[in-house]
Design a protein around this ligand. Sequence first.
Ligand code: HEC
Ligand code: HEC
Ligand code: HEC
Ligand code: HEC
Ligand code: HEC
Length: 195
Amino acid sequence: MKLPPTCLWRVAFTFYCLIALTSCSTQSRHRLLCVFFEGVDQTNAPPAVITEFGSPTNHSVNALASSRLPVAPIIHYHQPYEERKCLACHVSKQSQQLHAEGGELCLECHKHLIGDAKFIHVPVDDGKCLLCHNPHESTELFLLKRKGRAVCFDCHKLTKLLKVKEHTTMGEASCVSCHDPHRSNIKKLLKQPLP
Ligand code: HEC
Ligand code: HEC
Ligand code: HEC
Ligand code: HEC
Ligand code: HEC
């Protein structure tokens, strides 16, 4: 029997995915599932909806995922990524190339973030959004790369911070309870003026 070429292609692709699914990490497995169920345009696969738990709501996929993952991490998705608007950032669906560099890309949709603020945090001013955020998804809120204060400790050492009077009594308080991570009209990126 001679299979039509598109059919052969699908068989090969399915095979590839099965191999990859059984061998790769949770995150890349999930990414692959997304590609498989949503990125392949001409399949009859039901449209998979990404749930809060990071697995497409497709029964066979959930069965596969739950048999290997006792606790699926909650993944938060960037809205344009979740809506599969890859072209909002990439030059084509197949390309990893971006149509703008660094912060410029992000500010196309997040202009309000800096506005005409008087003080801008140095890494934000440098357009280095990706030092703190992931572009697609994260297990942390606000697409952050790290948990809580660890985002700030990458560049600000606690020992040095504790030399500032206001920090000596902060305990475990979140940095962003007092500081804006991006910009402010008050010096030292404070959210509220010093009393
Ligand atoms: C909001 C902008 C944005 C959207 C929307 C977006 N991407 Fe990306 N993508 C990026 C950025 C920025 C990088 C570079 C990440 C880096 O350098 O660390 C990237 C990197 C990638 C990479 C390289 C590997 C990796 O994960 O770092 C792939 C593959 C990719 N994107 C695929 C996609 C696909 C598929 C979609 C649509 C479902 C998509 N992207 C939507 C911004 C975006
Ligand atoms: C095509 C438009 C678009 C681009 C480009 C874009 N974003 Fe977004 N982003 C959105 C939308 C829409 C939301 C959801 C609504 C909101 O919070 O403003 C969002 C939300 C976010 C959030 C909040 C997520 C949450 O869980 O509340 C972060 C952080 C973020 N974007 C970072 C970035 C970064 C970093 C880049 C550059 C790599 C970027 N965005 C580029 C459209 C965009
Ligand atoms: C120094 C780390 C850092 C950098 C650099 C950074 N962010 Fe953020 N961003 C944060 C943190 C922390 C939060 C969460 C704030 C909170 O918990 O209230 C956040 C929240 C956000 C949000 C959602 C809340 C809001 O204020 O609208 C968006 C959107 C966002 N960032 C976009 C960006 C973009 C775009 C850039 C680059 C121009 C950028 N960020 C650079 C740390 C950073
Ligand atoms: C990628 C490195 C980097 C990260 C991550 C980072 N910062 Fe900064 N931050 C800087 C640099 C560089 C400066 C300017 C030099 C200095 O004061 O150390 C600065 C300055 C500051 C200032 C003083 C601003 C001023 O006007 O003097 C505050 C407040 C601040 N950061 C808060 C934060 C908070 C809160 C976080 C976590 C959300 C954070 N930073 C994460 C690099 C970083
Ligand atoms: C209780 C509120 C509060 C918290 C929580 C807080 N800060 Fe501050 N921070 C301040 C104030 C107020 C100043 C300004 C002191 C001044 O101008 O004399 C400051 C100053 C700074 C500066 C500038 C230091 C300098 O030498 O000029 C940096 C950097 C900074 N904070 C980072 C952080 C980071 C990172 C965290 C989280 C680990 C954090 N802050 C938590 C209130 C706070």
